[in-house]
Design a protein around this ligand. Structure first.
Ligand code: SAM
Length: 461
């Protein structure tokens, strides 16, 4: 049993915090871990019926602290359902849902998620922002940043950039740029022991010290990037005081303009979840209206001109979209990477500066809309995921339990009416899943190979 392998020093620190409750905490290790999913409210309009179906199908029950969050129990496997591929929800540990709820990002704000992979908090923030404003999601490790970008794409998020940089590099580029910051810090992961017993072997008092020192460093950069009057959530999935209350107290001691609005813990023996620490902090003062300090200081001022190739690509794409996506409004600043066209949220140019991206690793510069092949446009998978079905000229909708859908998810072509011709949005119960190209009664499958059903992918956080 897991509890027998819990390090003595760990249980000692728990005992100091919990006193008589320690036994109840220890017993929580003999119960199964809690599992949850959170609906993506960016899909709530086409997905209303699918949400109702998912709630019934997986026997979901509500998570008290997150209106879009639900628990599921074995043997339900929502991560294997086509609604997951369609981005209707994100599999997320229920306690972790408390962090973005506490941050409460609003539509239109400029928000940074500083340690974002694989994307639990980022997708939650995007959902709460209702796709409006600007979200910068950063993950220091490039491989993890790719997974983050895939999840941002799967959930159809158009107003986010995914970047991959050390916090210090970002704070040099983005001083006082953000209304809200999420810092879900890398930690010793004590709240992961039940879900992932292998995490126990990585734990040691020295590791806790190392994590606290790293958290302290990251907090300095978060401070620099927060606007006066802005707020920030610091969270961890660990229990010890060093990485939580003591880190926050040290932060408050170092910065007179930071106040603690609220801090709370979710304990696995008190609430149904694996446990989390969350603190809401506010920076005093008021933001000056207009562009952020990074922009005012004129950093990267050369980058505001859009290269001719990107302009041409945008023109070509807009022409294609006018015919193929009659309900879609092409907006954003065109950015080209090789033959890929991205539309960077206009808020990035208006509030920050395009030049700030120079030399930065940007796995996803906004919404990937198209591949430009010689003189033709091939729509990108990410574009399909960000559309509402009524925006596309042609839609081929499949039922979640149909054999046709299973075949399509395996990458097979489908038979379609002979009069269907051209790029067609394929959807499941009204939720976009990707592109097919129809001609002569066949719908050629353009689902990216990595997403075909025999290849699983992890999106849990
Ligand atoms: N927020 C994510 C979510 O909800 O899916 C989980 C983030 S996880 C707790 C912490 C992240 O911090 C990891 O992805 C890790 O790679 C990253 N990280 C590690 N060292 C870091 C550092 N020095 N600065 C910033 N991030 C770091």
């Amino acid at each position: 049993m897991t509890e027998q392998r819990l390090p003595a020093a760990y249980m000692e620190s728990i005992g100091e915090m919990l006193g008589q409750e320690t036994e109840a905490f220890r017993e929580s290790y003999s119960t199964p871990r809690t599992q949850g999913l959170r609906f993506n409210m960016l899909k709530s309009v086409p997905g209303r019926r699918a949400i109702e179906q998912a709630i019934a199908h997986f026997a979901l029950t509500p998570v008290p602290w997150c209106p879009s969050g639900y628990y599921y129990e074995e043997p339900a496997r929502p991560g294997r359902h086509p609604y997951h591929t369609a981005g209707l929800y994100y599999i997320q540990e229920p306690s972790a849902m408390s962090a973005a709820e506490l941050l409460s990002p609003q539509p239109g704000e400029t928000v940074l998620d500083l340690a974002a992979a694989p994307g639990g908090k980022t997708t939650h923030i995007a959902s709460l922002m209702q796709g409006q404003g600007l979200l910068v999601s950063n993950e220091i490790h490039p491989e993890r940043a790719k997974i983050l970008a895939e999840n941002v794409e799967r959930l159809g998020i158009a107003h986010a950039l995914v970047v991959s940089a050390a916090p210090g590099e970002l704070s040099r580029r983005f001083p006082e740029a953000f209304d809200k910051i999420m810092l879900d810090a890398p930690c010793s992961g004590e709240g992961m022991f039940r879900k992932d017993p292998a995490a126990i072997s990585e734990w040691s008092p020295a590791h806790v010290e190392m994590c606290a020192a790293r958290q302290w460093d990251i907090l300095q950069d978060a401070y620099l990037m927060l606007k006066p009057g802005g707020s920030m959530v610091y969270s961890t999935c660990t229990f010890n005081r060093k990485e939580n209350e003591e880190t926050i107290a040290r932060f408050l001691g170092a910065y007179a303009d930071i106040e603690l609005v609220e801090q709370k813990r979710l304990w696995p023996h008190r609430a149904k979840g694996e446990g989390h620490f969350v603190a809401l902090l506010r920076k005093a003062g008021q933001d000056e209206p207009g562009p952020s300090r990074g922009k005012r200081s004129g950093r990267g001022k050369d980058g505001q001109n859009i290269p001719a190739a990107a302009r041409d690509a945008l023109k070509q794409f807009s022409g294609w979209a006018a015919a193929e996506l009659p309900g879609y409004r092409t907006e954003g600043v065109p950015v080209m990477f090789g033959e890929s066209l991205y539309l960077l949220p206009e808020a990035f140019r208006d509030r920050l500066h395009l030049g700030l991206l120079d030399g930065l690793k940007v796995p996803r510069a906004g919404l990937h809309v198209a591949h430009l092949k010689k003189n033709r446009i091939e729509p990108a998978h990410a574009l399909a995921m960000a559309l509402q079905p009524e925006q596309a000229a042609r839609v081929h909708d499949l039922a979640a339990d149909s054999l046709e859908l299973a075949a399509w998810l395996r990458g097979e072509s489908l038979q379609v009416p002979a009069d269907l011709h051209g790029w067609t949005l394929v959807s499941v119960d009204g939720l976009p899943l990707g592109w097919g190209k129809a001609s002569s009664g066949q719908l050629k499958n353009h689902l990216p190979k990595g997403l075909r059903i025999h290849k699983g992918y992890s999106s849990e956080a």
